[in-house]
Write a protein that binds this ligand. Structure first.
Ligand code: NAD
Ligand code: AHE
Ligand code: ZN
Length: 369
């Protein structure tokens, strides 16, 4: 079949809207009509050539929602007509990682996914006879895409695509980092660095978990109002702090936070986040994705004296199990999504979404097909 898609032909170039050829689903795969997709900072990072796994030409996008249109041989867990969210972290329920009960990082198809291919080592997309790579196993910047069955979560049919697509990455990552990874307890003090599409969801996760002091840190002053809307109790703009930011935060939080979260992808900020943790027990959780070649550092004494450094992918969520529940939380009013969708665009205007993100003007831009 043919599908309209925004293709990343090369790094640092705007996406181009073209018609691609798309092969139908093979065994264990499903064809999904994507109805809406968010634009996450990770898409921008890959397009900017900062991802060590970045491949071109490819169809980016990993934050979608849509409808199953066709299933390949052997598919049993979904059927045509089902509403689904694509999962860049699949859940096979059979691999060592899934069976461990200790992680959401399913390994069933990770190797081929990182190479821009389907599990059988081939690509379903092509343009003028040339193969086009998949991205994060999702490629939601295409109106139709093919996914392994283990990489779709079936969701309720009354959830609007335009907002529930955000559960495919940002919402689950932010809220999940708080409830699954950190396991924030009632009354805990937290600091969130970076109040964008992910950080605001960390804030609302912290509110849901009953955190006490919820500090937001961002260099964009407009983010203060945004943060307060989602549960932030204190705002710090590093540019307004005259002395050392870490000392300022440690003083503000009576010795440091129980949990800090990096939602910037900046390795200097990651160090600040670790060092703003409380001596003896504070844990810093890295969510941000750093550019290829960057490394984190701190004095080992920071860890000797009881601070912990951790990371999280997709908020520690097991996609097929947890994503439908998070959509329920949204539909039942436990968490908010609608106000964070600041811009709704057509596929033709997708590059505007990247511009808005870089200008700090959007929280989430969503493309509706
Ligand atoms: P975003 O662009 O919407 O937000 C980033 C925010 O960080 C902005 O508000 C910006 O002003 C702020 N910021 C930038 N530099 C800062 C600094 N030095 N100090 C304080 N604040 C600063 O991006 P997003 O979509 O929220 O994504 C955030 C990060 O999370 C990205 O690195 C993205 O790749 C990553 N991410 C990781 C996962 C995961 O599973 N681990 C999932 C989604 C996104
Ligand atoms: N490909 C990069 C790493 C990118 C990365 O860390 N991705 C996150 C999700 S970001 C979503 O917006 C993730 O899930 N990581 C776990 C995984 O298995 O990819 C690199 O550094 O090579
Ligand atoms: Zn993302």
């Amino acid at each position: 079949m043919r599908t309209r898609a925004a293709v990343a032909f090369a790094a640092k170039q705007p996406l181009e809207i073209v018609e691609l050829d798309l092969e139908g689903p093979r065994a264990g795969e499903v064809l999904v009509e994507i109805m809406a997709t968010g634009i996450c900072h990770t898409d921008a990072y890959t397009l900017d050539g900062l991802d060590s796994e970045g491949l071109f030409p490819s169809v980016l996008g990993h934050e979608g929602a849509g409808i199953v249109r066709e299933v390949g041989p052997g598919v049993t867990s979904v059927a045509p007509g089902d509403h689904v969210i694509p999962l860049y972290t699949p859940e096979c329920r059979q691999c060592k990682s899934c069976l461990s009960g200790k992680t959401n990082l399913c390994t069933a198809i990770r190797a081929t996914q990182g190479k821009g291919l389907m599990p059988d080592g081939t690509t379903r997309f092509s343009y003028k006879g040339q193969p086009i790579f998949h991205y994060m196993g999702c490629s939601t910047f295409s109106n139709f895409t093919v996914l392994p069955e283990i990489a779709v979560a079936k969701i309720r049919e009354d959830a609007p695509f335009q907002t529930s697509c955000y559960v495919g990455c940002g919402v689950t990552t932010g809220v999940g980092a708080v409830v699954n990874t950190a396991k924030v307890a009632v009354g805990d003090t937290i600091i969130v660095f970076g109040l964008g599409g992910i950080g605001l969801n960390v804030l609302q996760g912290a509110r849901l978990a009953g955190a006490g002091m919820i500090v937001g840190v961002d260099i964009n002053p407009d983010r203060e109002e945004w943060g307060r809307r989602f549960g932030m109790t204190h705002f710090v703009n590093p540019r307004d702090v005259s002395g050392d930011l870490v000392q300022h935060l440690v003083a503000l939080t009576d010795g440091g936070a129980d949990y800090t979260f990096d939602c910037t992808g900046n390795t200097d900020v990651m160090r600040q986040a670790l060092e703003a943790c409380h001596r003896g027990w504070g844990t810093s959780i890295i969510i941000g994705v750093a550019e290829a070649g960057k490394e984190i550092s701190t004095r080992p004494f920071q860890l000797v004296t009881g601070r912990n450094w951790r990371g999280t992918a997709f908020g520690g969520a097991k996609g097929r199990t947890d994503v439908p529940k998070i959509v329920d939380w949204y539909m039942n009013g436990k968490i908010e999504i609608d106000p964070m969708i600041t811009h709704v665009l057509s596929l033709e205007d997708i590059n505007k979404g990247f511009d808005l993100m870089h200008a700090g003007e959007s929280i989430r831009s969503v493309v509706v097909y």
